[in-house]
Design a protein around this ligand. Structure first.
Ligand SMILES: [Mg+2]
Length: 234
């Protein structure tokens, strides 16, 4: 089985977040009369507040909560419908900017062709993550999706990975590859130790302390290694 992270792994996060925020700040200026940088600062502070209160759980990423809290911070009343419109503005523009990373489509096709089980394990609420998969048009190439909203805690707790393991055939857990951008996207050692998977290998951006996890720059590198190991297994 190959387990992918979604955000900043299958597509690049920064341009999407920038597009979403730009739309949000434009809305605040035009519709609420709150100019940036005042609103921008309020939004940043709201994000910090929400994350601090909620800790590592899916709703700590909720743009609806950030927008709602930001309005409180700039001294506006709680206006639920405005918060909803702002959240929509953010995600609509975010998703319009989303593009699959080069090679992702090919890699998913190759996995499908070789009968390798594919999964996405991702931190955030299901409503948003399912919409992203629809926009990226890759849902049909993914066998299982787990969002951290389905578990109490996020990926760093391993709970979403354990939920995935409970949903797949046992032999899918013999060798699991992980592809992500952060170290906690590929907790190979911890999952082997807990007996959740039998063996595995991971790819993340940046440094990692794990022997079985390596750095990747392009999706092509992952596909090359997969083809080589599939060749060995055949
Ligand atoms: Mg990520």
């Amino acid at each position: 089985m190959v387990v992918f992270d979604l955000d900043d792994t299958l597509y690049e996060y920064a341009p999407c977040d920038a597009a979403g925020k730009a739309a949000l700040f434009r809305f605040a200026a035009e519709e609420l009369g709150v100019m940036s940088p005042a609103f921008e600062q309020a939004y940043a502070q709201a994000r910090v507040n929400v994350k601090k209160r909620l800790g590592p759980t899916a709703s700590s990423h909720s743009r609806l909560l950030y927008c709602h809290e930001a309005m409180e911070l700039v001294g506006l009343r709680s206006e639920p419908h405005v918060a909803l419109v702002m959240e929509q503005e953010y995600w609509r523009n975010y998703m319009l900017a989303m593009e699959l990373r080069p090679g992702v489509g090919d890699l998913l096709q190759t996995l499908r062709f070789n009968d390798v089980v594919t999964a996405i394990v991702t931190d955030l609420t299901a409503q948003i993550q399912f919409r992203k998969l629809y926009h990226l048009d890759i849902a049909k190439l993914i066998d299982h999706v787990v969002c951290s909203e389905e578990t109490a805690l996020e990926k760093a707790s391993l709970q979403p990975f354990e939920l995935l393991a409970s949903r797949v055939a046992p032999d899918a857990l013999d060798c699991v590859w992980f592809v992500g951008d952060q170290d906690f996207d590929a907790p190979v050692d911890a999952l082997v130790e807990k007996g959740v998977i039998r063996d595995g290998f991971g790819f993340v951006h940046g440094a990692t302390g794990q022997e079985r996890v390596q750095h990747w720059n392009s999706v092509r590198e992952v596909e090359d290694l997969l083809e080589r190991s599939a060749g060995r297994a055949a």
